[in-house]
Design a protein around this ligand. Structure first.
Ligand code: HEM
Length: 406
C-alpha cells in the first residue's frame, strides 16, 4: 500500500470538468480509487470514485465532519497566497457539520419533529402546488422548466413546511442561490441576511406558534434536552438550503435525461406507475449532489490500494460511485426500469439525507403531473448544449427550455 503523492497532473475541478463530469469521473475511476484534485481556489481535495469505497467512507468514523476543525483543515491546506479562507459561519453549526455524539443528539431532536407522518401529510398540498404550476405552464408555448416548475415547487413546499413567510420566499431563493454558487462575497452576505431573518422568524414562532415544523422543532424535547436558539437557527438554515437546492435539480436533471431518451419518456407516459423507479434512476444517473459535503481524515485512511494521509480534505464522489460498473451494470445507460436500489445520491450512514422521503414524494408527484399533463413535452433548445451551474456541491442546470405542448 502506498501513500499517494501529489500527482504531476492533478485535475482541477473547474467549469470544464463540471460540463464533462461523468466522462471525467469514468476516466479517473478506471485508473485509481482515489484521485487528488484541486478546487479552483487551489485547495487540494481527495476524491473517492468507486462505489464500494464511497459507501464505506460515508460510514467511516475516521472521516470527520466537525465544523470548526474542517475550517482549520481547509485553511491549512489552501495555498499560502489564497484569499479564499473558510470563514467562521455561525449558520454552519448544524448536524451535517457534526460528528457523534453531538450529531446523534441533534438528529434525534429533529427526527422527533420531522416525522414520516408530517411528510406524508404534505402530499395533497404538493399535488395542489404542482397542479397550479402546471396550469401556469399550460398557457405558454415555451418556458424554462426550472423557472416555471422545478424551482418554485420545492421552495414553496419547504417554506410552508418550515413556516417561512410568503413574502420572504423570493429573497430566500436569492440567498440560497448565492450560497451554493461559488462567489464567496455574495455567500458571506447571504449568510448574514439569512441569520438575521431566522432569528426574527424563531422569535415570532415562539409568540405565535403554528402547525409547522419550526414550531415543532422549538418544542421538540428528548430527555429534557432541547435545541438552543443558535442550534435552531442553524437547523432551520440547513433544512431550508437542503430543501431549496436539491429537489429542484432532481426534477431538472431528471427531465433533461427523459427528454434525451424519448423512449423512456414514452414508457412513463404509457405507464405513470413507473414513476417511483424513474425517480430512483434519475437520482442514480445524475443526482443533485456531486460529492457529499466536505469531510477530513482524522488519521491515515486506506482507500483501495491507496492511503489518504491524515488532515486532508475528502470528497466522497456520489456521482462517480453511482456510475461504477462494478455496482450498476452498463452504468451510463439511463433506464427507468432498472433496479437503481442502493444508489448513494442521498448519502449513506449517519448523515443519510433526512429529507429523502420528502424529496421522493415531491419528485414523484412532479413527474407524474408533468407526464400526464404534457405528454408531448419537448425541448426548446438543443439538449447537447445545456449549461451546468458551477458548484462543487450541487449538480444542476442553468436552464431547461421546453415546449410544454410539444
Ligand atoms: C443530508 C442529498 C433533499 C435535508 C443529505 C446528504 C445528501 C443529501 C447526499 C448527505 C451529505 C453528506 O453526507 O455529506 C439530498 C438530495 C435531495 C435532498 C439528493 C433531493 C433530491 C433534502 C430535503 C431536505 C434535506 C428536501 C429537507 C427538507 C437534509 C438534511 C441532511 C441531509 C437535514 C443532514 C443529515 C445529517 O447530517 O444527519 N442530503 N437531499 N435534504 N439532507 Fe438531503
Amino acid at each position: 500500500m502506498s501513500t499517494t503523492e501529489a500527482r504531476t497532473e492533478e485535475p482541477v475541478f473547474d467549469a470544464e470538468f463540471v460540463n464533462d463530469l461523468h466522462a471525467r469521473y469514468a476516466e479517473i475511476r478506471g485508473t485509481t480509487p482515489v484521485q487528488r484534485m484541486r478546487t479552483q481556489n487551489g485547495l487540494p481535495v481527495w476524491v473517492i470514485t468507486r462505489y464500494a469505497d464511497a459507501r464505506a467512507a460515508l460510514a467511516d468514523p475516521r472521516l470527520s465532519k466537525e465544523g470548526a476543525r474542517i475550517r482549520e483543515v481547509i485553511n491549512a491546506n489552501l495555498p499560502p497566497d489564497s484569499d479564499r479562507r473558510a470563514f467562521d459561519d455561525s449558520l454552519a453549526a448544524h448536524m451535517l457539520n457534526t460528528d457523534p455524539p453531538e450529531h446523534t443528539r441533534l438528529r434525534k431532536l429533529v427526527v422527533k419533529a420531522f416525522t414520516s407522518r408530517r411528510v406524508e401529510a404534505l402530499r395533497p398540498r404538493v399535488e395542489e402546488i404542482t397542479a397550479r404550476l402546471l396550469d401556469g405552464m399550460a398557457e405558454r408555448s415555451e418556458v424554462d422548466l426550472l423557472d416555471a416548475f422545478a424551482f418554485p415547487l420545492p421552495i414553496q413546499v419547504i417554506s410552508e413546511l418550515v413556516g417561512v413567510d410568503q413574502e420572504r420566499r423570493d429573497e430566500f431563493r436569492a440567498w440560497t442561490n448565492d450560497l451554493v454558487d461559488a462567489d464567496r462575497d455574495a455567500a458571506g452576505k447571504a449568510v448574514v441576511a439569512m441569520a438575521q431573518y431566522l432569528v426574527e422568524l424563531i422569535a415570532d414562532k415562539r409568540t405565535h406558534p403554528g402547525d409547522d415544523l419550526l414550531t415543532a422543532l422549538i418544542h421538540a424535547t428528548e430527555d429534557e434536552d432541547r435545541l438552543s436558539d443558535q442550534e435552531l437557527v442553524s437547523m432551520v438554515f440547513l433544512l431550508l438550503v437542503a430543501g431549496h437546492e436539491t429537489t429542484v435539480n432532481l426534477i431538472g436533471n431528471g427531465v433533461l435525461h427523459l427528454l434525451r431518451h424519448p423512449e423512456q419518456w414514452a414508457a412513463l407516459r404509457e405507464d405513470p406507475d413507473l414513476v417511483a423507479g424513474a425517480v430512483e434512476e434519475m437520482l442514480r444517473f445524475d443526482g443533485p449532489v456531486t460529492h457529499g459535503t466536505f469531510r477530513f481524515t482524522t488519521e491515515p485512511l486506506p482507500v483501495g490500494d491507496q492511503v489518504i494521509p491524515a488532515g486532508q480534505v475528502v470528497w466522497v464522489g456520489l456521482a462517480a460511485a453511482n456510475r461504477d460498473p462494478e455496482q450498476f451494470p452498463e452504468p451510463d445507460r439511463f433506464d427507468i426500469t432498472r433496479d437503481a436500489h442502493g444508489h448513494l445520491a442521498f448519502g449513506h450512514g449517519i448523515h443519510f439525507c433526512l429529507g429523502a422521503q420528502l424529496a421522493r414524494l415531491e419528485a414523484q408527484v412532479a413527474l407524474r403531473g408533468l407526464v400526464e399533463r404534457f405528454p408531448h413535452l419537448s425541448p426548446a433548445a438543443p439538449l447537447d448544449e445545456v449549461q451546468w451551474r458551477f458548484s462543487t456541491l450541487i449538480r444542476g442546470l442553468r436552464a431547461l427550455p421546453v415546449h410544454p405542448h410539444g
